[in-house]
Design a protein around this ligand. Structure first.
Ligand code: AP5
Length: 247
């Protein structure tokens, strides 16, 4: 069974170390993945990690990993963050920024990175810009995935996630080899609680209001690259790689 890097340094923070340090690729890529909830950022991140050797840094995955901790060990800010997430609302900027700052070593990783779900507000994008500048790191591109809302909703409602390695499947479009079982680690797949219809609506509203202005933010810095997110995951990945080859 294929195993993946456990991303412990990113998911657990503190002194946690990844089980396997990423190899230094010929060209380390530092990318941000932008797009509405459910457009397929996490799915593309998995393909990109495999091809580019970069690490998948998802802020949503940090919060979901925190859910598995003993509640007594969570900070009050983290407990509040999980409540925001359950309702589909954004976690406050200061909580998110504190978590990313604690994991700044992941941004320096020699394998490069794919930031997924961060930044999500203009304040977060400005903070990331300052953080990268202070570390002497430059972003290569911001990949913005675009798809009509009805298709996004069908992707979200069929999504199944692995609690162990965080791999993402879809009941129709990307089914696991054995129903309900992760192809990578054998974990039991589950449906995220924020994939219920009432949370999906709140997430889409938050995206429109707070995250969509980031397209203009990065366009003005000549970093934004738009990618059509229709078709199969493999087709979108080919489109993404073709775009990256021109960068
Ligand atoms: P997060 O985990 O970041 O979720 P999201 O942005 O809402 O994105 P998703 O993970 O829902 O979707 P995705 O685009 O990755 O799609 P996927 O590849 O899974 O955040 C969750 C919450 O955490 C937020 O709501 C917020 O509360 C909090 N949070 C996190 N970061 C934050 C921040 N920076 N600031 C504030 N709050 C923050 O694909 C979806 C489904 O479609 C899957 O089933 C997949 O198999 C399927 N699929 C993918 N591609 C295709 C295809 N081409 N065809 C058919 N199906 C496909």
């Amino acid at each position: 069974m294929e195993t993946k890097n456990d991303r412990a340094a990113w998911l657990m923070g503190g002194t946690a170390q990844c089980s396997e340090a990423p190899q230094k690729p010929i060209l380390a890529r530092r990318l941000v993945l932008l797009g509405a909830p459910g457009v397929g950022k996490g799915t593309q991140a998995e393909f990109l990690c495999e091809r580019l050797g970069a690490c998948h840094l998802s802020t949503g995955d940090i919060f979901r990993a925190a859910k598995t901790q003993d509640p007594c060990q969570r900070t009050p800010a983290l407990t509040a963050a999980l409540d925001y997430m359950k309702k589909g609302e954004l976690v406050p900027d200061e909580t998110v920024l504190a978590m990313v700052s604690e994991r700044v070593a992941c941004l320096r990783c020699q394998g490069g990175f794919l930031l997924d779900g961060f930044p999500r507000t203009v304040a977060q994008a400005e903070a990331l810009e300052r953080l990268l500048e202070s570390e002497g790191i430059q972003l290569d591109a911001v990949l913005s995935y675009e798809l009509p809302l009805d298709q996004i909703i069908s992707r979200l409602s069929g999504r199944r996630t692995c609690p162990g390695c965080k791999a993402v499947f879809h009941v129709d479009a990307l089914p696991p080899k054995v129903q309900g079982v992760c192809d990578h680690c054998g974990g039991k797949l589950y449906q995220r609680e924020d994939d219920r219809p009432e949370s999906i609506r709140v997430r889409m509203e938050a995206y429109e209001k707070l995250t969509s202005p980031l397209a203009q933010f990065y366009r003005s810095r000549n970093l934004l690259v738009s990618i059509l997110a229709h078709g199969t995951p493999e087709e979108i990945f080919s489109r993404t790689m073709a775009t990256l080859r021109t960068q």
